[in-house]
Design a protein around this ligand. Sequence first.
Ligand code: ZN
Length: 533
Amino acid sequence: MTQSGRHAQTVIKNANIITIDPRTPKASSLAISDGKFIAIGDNTACDSLIGPDTEVLNLSGKTVLPGFIDAHIHVLNSGIRHVMAADCDLPNIPLIQQALRDRIKETLPGGWIQGFKFDDTKTQEKRFLFKSDLDAVTTEYPIMVAHRAGHIYYLNSTALAAANFDDNTPDPPGGRLGRDPDTGGLNGVVYERAIEPIRFGLIPPETPDIRQKGLITICKMLNQVGLTSVHDARVIQTEFDAYQNGLDNAELTLRVYALMYHPHFEALKNAGIKTGFGNEFLRIGGIKMIADGAIAARTAYISEPYIGSDCDHGILAMTQEEIETNVINMHNAGFQVCIHANGDLTIDMVLDSYMKAQKLNPRTDTRHRIEHCSLVNPDILRKMRESNTIATPFCTYVYHHGEKMPFFGEERLKWMFAQKSFLDYGITSTGATDYPPGPFEPLLGIQSCVTRTDSNGKTWGVEQQISVDEALKIYTLNGAYASFEENIKGSITEGKLADLVILSDDPRTVDPNTIKDIPVERTILGGNTVFEK
Ligand SMILES: [Zn+2]
């Protein structure tokens, strides 16, 4: 018996159901009522639950999986940027200049022209944007373009002047101002925290209307690829507000675990809020901090210098002391701590802080996380195991960012995005893409983790290949674990939330190099269809 009567709302039959539940890994039918799975079994197991009002989906052997979970993705911020910034994922600089020029008519006097997803390695010119490129677009409006990886930004002269950056400005702490090697003058490139006064000061926050449009846009984009849950990797006040409005207006078609940006920590703590507050649609997650640079921008802080340089170790954005003080405060206040750390040196500093905080004040089940956790070694892996730290490595990078891998080199790639090592050491790792830096399609992420092969067919770090079954669990149940929700979602199990995705084919039986091409037929969230092909 269910609340709404004897009959199920939906029954799926003749399906290849991969449950990710070790007790019953395979099934052919399932029934949904009141937003939850109420029965799972062989092809006739749910027949008695079919009534006159039951929607019956006969899948003719198609594959059903729990809805995918991306445990590190910039959700609402990307949605907003899709609405108000130029998408600079274009093949050459003239096209990028045109895309920025097209924004001028949409921009009010005094406003900023913005671009995102610029990637120097993907353009024909294979170089950064400089202020001269952007001055050629306009000097009437300030321009800020973000690298696809974040962490590096490109400004025109007007934007540099607005920020009071001139040729004599010293590099601010935790950041760097790019300079012309001949003249020493600013070239318009701004690294890491040097951008903060612009991004969080000079650029006016977007309007609530834009945020709402952004939310609807991104929910649709992510539902289309089978995502039902996301961990938004940096949520600020205006965004949490928009999520809450989206929830009230039934526009939120993703379950959101909000990693709150660290400046909000004190206010949350003072309000008595901690990790886990909220409901199954919108929850306060961990506190997010950033300790070093980015992989795709080649600014991660690593022990051995980047290939082609004998001194470039990347950029450290927080000191050991800063990391430790913050971790201890957040740990003591009952929060999960989520620190962005890509390079091995940074990861080690963060782990030492997690272990120190736990030693000073032992808490059960903290599940602190290292966001990205890109470059590891056996010592790091042992510490992660010991401290039960979760990793959220980039899953789509090997496939998408193959041309950046030579900066790290073959040897180092054996220890990067180390899904196999995490499994071997008993560390929970998740499916994560960090979109916009990486493409967000979970099937692409699964393929990339399984094949470790880039879009040109070159394989990187074959030692870290995992099986499709392992990748599916990483993209579902492990994501639920990373938000303390493994008891309510992440597998097709009686009583869990009815979040699922229907695929045309089984990722375990197709050629692994074509997993990304399997069509997503339908995405169901809490029993309701949120995407249908
Ligand atoms: Zn991120």
